[in-house]
Write a protein that binds this ligand. Structure first.
Ligand SMILES: *Cc1c(COP(=O)(O)O)cnc(C)c1O
Length: 390
């Protein structure tokens, strides 16, 4: 009988060892032994069997984590990587060749932007940016050599949202791979593969771990797409460590309940901030004021755990807000059990020109709040006291 994905996220585990342990074992081993020379020959004979040979190729603890993500995303197969960026870079390197073109949302993670602009051109791979707020323009940007459409929805940090099923229709008709970075939503909130995406990527570092402990990445999709990715990771080495996989696999057991709490608290905070006189604009996918609210409620189960707001008073107001916080952490991560506030214009995106920042929606007063698992009223109280005019 098929079970719910949230049940599988709790119950999937590598076969028990002879010790009959209940919790999932951690296979901290770099290699695996053979009973005979013949067994060793057989293990190497067919790469597609993914037999346990060496933990750069595969490892039972890493496989368990990947299997869980596949069930959660509704995907056939997957591969784990050391970080989210390793997942993104491996995907680009596997599917793009010299002369190919990638069409990417302009609002993508900073390091993804760096891969597109600084590294891919070295191998003769060109990119064009499209605007998340102008989906009607995308089809016209597809060229004969366009191989991939790449995006994040909701995007970081602007929380722009785009209709995945609509883009999947265009990509299918034009023979373009649709790749979605689903890091902000997680599969609890949004499942791009059933909506028609070919490949889904995660930085498992964020909500998947959810407690700010380990780095990780994962890519899932159809078997025939994961096969060349597996060989790329196996041969070039950005593999996930078994220890990180063990931490992440345990974390997936609580992903459903965590995301529900993150989202309920985020909606409560967004609703209150929406009325606050020190704030000019609040953005949250499940606020009806979100420009793509109709798309958000169709393709997302809840609004997720990130809220952004625009402070009156620009850069100085942003810095003052961070300095007045008593509980929320000022740190570069997100998707943690601890609530976090960030001011992109003075920190993560300070190297961009003002024009570049504004083009991706990072205004001077933009604050990004990653709503944690503390009591929502405590999170709200800290934000409100930090906003109060002295
Ligand atoms: C953090 C992040 C990444 C990069 O992941 P790492 O695990 O830090 O390498 C990629 N995409 C998004 C949307 C992210 O938030």
């Amino acid at each position: 009988m098929p079970r719910y994905p949230e049940t599988e996220a709790v119950r999937i585990q590598t076969p028990r060892t002879g010790e009959k342990e209940h919790a999932t074992p951690l296979f901290l081993t770099s290699s695996f032994v053979y009973d005979s020379a013949e067994d060793m020959v057989a293990a190497f004979a067919d790469e597609s069997l993914k037999l346990n040979i060496y933990s750069r190729f595969s490892n039972p603890t890493v496989d368990e984590f990947v299997q869980k993500v596949c069930v959660l995303e509704g995907a056939e197969d997957g591969i784990a990587t050391a970080t989210g960026m390793a997942a993104i870079f491996s995907t680009f390197m596997t599917f793009l060749s010299k002369g190919d073109h990638i069409l990417s949302a302009s609002a993508v993670f900073g390091s993804t932007h760096a891969i597109l602009t600084k590294y891919l051109p070295k191998w003769g791979i060109q990119h064009t940016y499209f605007s998340m707020t102008d989906p009607g323009s995308i089809e016209g940007l597809i060229r004969p050599e366009t191989k991939m459409l790449y995006l994040e929805t909701p995007s970081n940090p602007g929380l722009d949202i785009i209709d995945i099923a609509y883009l999947a229709g265009i990509c299918r008709a034009r023979g373009v791979l649709l790749v979605v970075d689903n890091c902000f939503a997680t599969p609890v909130v949004q499942r791009p593969i059933p909506l028609g995406a070919d490949i889904v990527i995660h930085s498992a570092t964020k909500f998947m771990d959810g407690q700010g402990r380990v780095l990780g990445g994962v890519v899932v999709g159809r078997k025939e797409l994961i096969e060349p990715l597996y060989l790329f990771v196996r041969n070039t080495g950005p593999s996930m460590s078994p220890f990180n996989a063990w931490v992440l696999s345990k974390s997936l057991e609580t992903l459903y309940i965590r995301m529900e709490r993150h989202a309920a608290s985020a909606l409560r905070i967004a609703t209150v901030l929406d009325e606050h006189p020190a704030i000019t604009r609040v953005r949250y996918p499940f606020l009806s004021s979100h420009p793509a609210y109709e798309v958000a409620i169709r393709q997302m189960k809840n609004g997720g755990g990130i809220v952004t707001c625009e402070l009156k008073g620009g850069i100085e107001a942003g810095k003052r807000f961070l300095n007045r916080l008593q509980m929320l952490s000022i740190t570069n991560n997100l998707g943690d059990s601890r609530s976090i506030a960030a001011h992109p214009a003075s920190t993560t995106h300070s190297k961009l020109t003002e024009e570049e920042r504004l083009a991706v929606g990072i205004t001077h007063g933009l604050i990004r709040i990653s709503v944690g698992l503390e009591h929502p009223e405590d999170i709200l109280a800290d934000i409100l006291q930090a906003l109060a005019v002295p």
